[in-house]
Design a protein around this ligand. Structure first.
Ligand SMILES: Cc1cc2nc3c(=O)[nH]c(=O)nc-3n(C[C@H](O)[C@H](O)[C@H](O)COP(=O)(O)OP(=O)(O)OC[C@H]3O[C@@H](n4cnc5c(N)ncnc54)[C@H](O)[C@@H]3O)c2cc1C
Length: 492
């Protein structure tokens, strides 16, 4: 069989939200595009996220009579940064808020369905739109768009370094699924959309901290390859020390539920949206919970109420009300369980005491976990049986229950419930390579590296994206823009 060519007008590195947006735009301008993805499937952190997108002036806001504008969005986004504000990249923030509206409509036009918007102060208006049925919708719909436009997607192909000739970045050295080195050449431009370095221990140690480096990542395959490749040719990383975590998260389901394996067709999403708005909650909650593929975080309210955190031996090791996530990192296998007695458990069945927030169901309570996350819900009639079930030392667990949380109130009322494993995760890292307003990667002497663009987390360029829904908005906005600029670069 004839080998596919390794030359295209545009080469995109990474098939998450920003990479798919870049590839689709470049191909939409009639350019040939090769997209390299190191994993055997598309998605990256985009497909593992909660999926919220914040934007102003959207059809969803109009439907609710909300009058909003990019200027107000710009001001409110700045309020999230607090003391970090001087480190923000205001030019990129302008681009984000100005273009989020159009990009949101572009997602809708390509079959992505959203609920909302929801209010998240200090936003003055509801702006957070939640994807339905889940964040797998992004790689699904944008992957289809890329296929329709003829993007040549090479799975299991990991970019390793750039080829630079005559002061222009002209290609990418990659390793394919057989371990063979391949040289991909771009006639016009290369777009770096390789995500963050949340899963890269070396990068986290270099830019953030040893604690971040030893903490697991939600997305273990985002190891900062693209950052390293760009650094090697003179680029720099901005805000590399800013990481989101370590924070406590329940481990993801070991096997995806049957429901979560249904492709996120637009009609499925619309049916789910209709059900959420009209069907009894008791009926739709289990279905919506089954669609959730992202990792869910236990609410600190569990510890405020008196729940305790024990390690896999059954031992308490931290003040749960301070920073348990940091202390969990150094426990055996980094694994913990949150333990409640029946008196506490009764409280966590209804508002305002929730176990976690959860996409589309808003708040998940103990019964939601009992019915839909049986892998992490453990109940036993006494401490010894709970210890047996979790392979803990029964005496250690009994002692932990007796001593109780930081205020010394023991957990005495059987049955006992443990939620876990829970681990400390780095959810994302904020450091991206320095870019211009055209998303060109800036090299030595502050000069753009001709032919190389970056978007999404890899091309975050010092932009602060606090609050929910801004990371994905940036991935799609910057990806589309970088794809266009690469496509419009003069050919070699
Ligand atoms: C649990 C979780 C929840 C989140 N929830 C939200 C939310 O609700 N709203 C929000 O705005 N943000 C959220 N985020 C953040 C958001 O998901 C990311 O910031 C965003 O998806 C980044 O998009 P990206 O395209 O830059 O990177 P990614 O989506 O991670 O894509 C990068 C791609 O590049 C590939 N790649 C990496 N290296 C190479 C290489 N060397 N060669 C080839 N391919 C490579 C990766 O495999 C991956 O597919 C969440 C993140 C997590 C982890």
């Amino acid at each position: 069989m004839k080998e596919p060519p390794d030359t295209a007008d545009v080469i995109v590195i990474g098939g998450g939200g920003s990479g798919l947006a870049a590839a689709a735009e470049a191909a939409g301008l009639g350019r040939s595009v090769i997209l390299l993805e190191k994993n055997p499937q598309l998605g990256g952190s985009t497909g593992q996220s909660v999926g919220s997108v914040s934007a102003s002036n959207t059809p969803h806001q109009h439907k609710l009579g909300i009058k909003d504008s990019p200027d107000e969005h710009f001001e409110d986004l700045g309020l999230f940064a607090g003391a970090m504000a001087p480190r923000d990249n205001l030019a990129l923030r302008h681009i984000l808020v100005e273009e989020a509206t159009d990009t949101f409509k572009w997602l809708l036009s390509n079959g992505v369905v959203f609920m909302g918007p929801a209010l998240e102060p200090p936003h003055r208006h509801p702006r957070m739109h939640n994807v339905v049925p889940g964040s797998k919708s992004y790689p699904y719909h944008l992957g289809r768009l890329c296929s329709r436009r003829g993007v040549d997607i090479r799975f299991s192909t990991q970019a390793r370094s750039f080829i630079v000739e005559n002061e222009r970045v002209v290609g990418v050295v990659a390793v394919d699924e057989n371990g063979t080195e391949r040289h991909f050449r771009a006639n016009r431009g290369i777009v770096l959309t390789s995500g963050d370095y949340s899963g890269g221990r070396e990068m986290k140690a270099r830019f953030a901290s040893d604690l971040a480096a030893t903490s697991d990542a939600v997305n273990v395959t985002n190891t900062g390859d693209g950052h390293a490749m760009a650094l090697a040719i003179g680029a720099s990383v901005v805000n590399g020390d800013l990481v989101h975590g370590p924070i406590l998260r329940f481990v993801p389901p070991s096997r995806p539920s049957l429901i979560s394996r249904i492709p996120p067709f637009t009609w499925v999403a619309k049916a789910a949206t209709f059900a959420m708005e009209h069907a009894p909650q008791a009926l739709v909650r289990p279905i919506l919970m089954s669609f959730i593929t992202t990792v869910l975080g236990p609410d600190p309210g569990l510890f405020k109420a008196g729940g305790i955190l024990v390690n896999e031996k059954g031992q308490r090791f931290t003040n749960e009300r301070e920073n348990p996530a940091c202390d969990l990192v150094s426990q055996p296998n980094g694994v913990g369980y949150i333990v409640l007695d029946s008196a506490l458990a009764r409280q966590f069945t209804a508002w305002p005491n929730f176990v976690s927030t959860a996409p589309n169901v808003a708040y998940a309570y103990l019964p939601d976990y009992k019915h839909n996350r049986r892998d992490i819900y453990h109940e036993a009639s006494d401490a010894a049986r709970l210890a047996e079930r979790l392979k803990m030392d029964p005496q250690q667990l009994a002692a932990s229950l007796q001593s109780g949380g930081p205020d010394g109130t023991g957990l005495t009322k059987a049955p006992f419930i443990a939620l876990g494993p829970v681990k400390s995760y780095i959810v994302l890292t904020e450091g991206g390579v320095k870019v211009t307003e055209r998303h060109e990667v800036v090299g030595a002497g502050d000069k753009p590296l001709v032919g190389l663009f970056a978007a999404g987390s890899a091309g975050q360029g010092g932009l602060l994206l606090y609050g929910h829904g801004h990371h994905l908005a940036w991935a799609f906005v910057s990806g589309r823009r970088a794809g266009r600029y690469a496509a419009l670069t003069r050919p070699i």
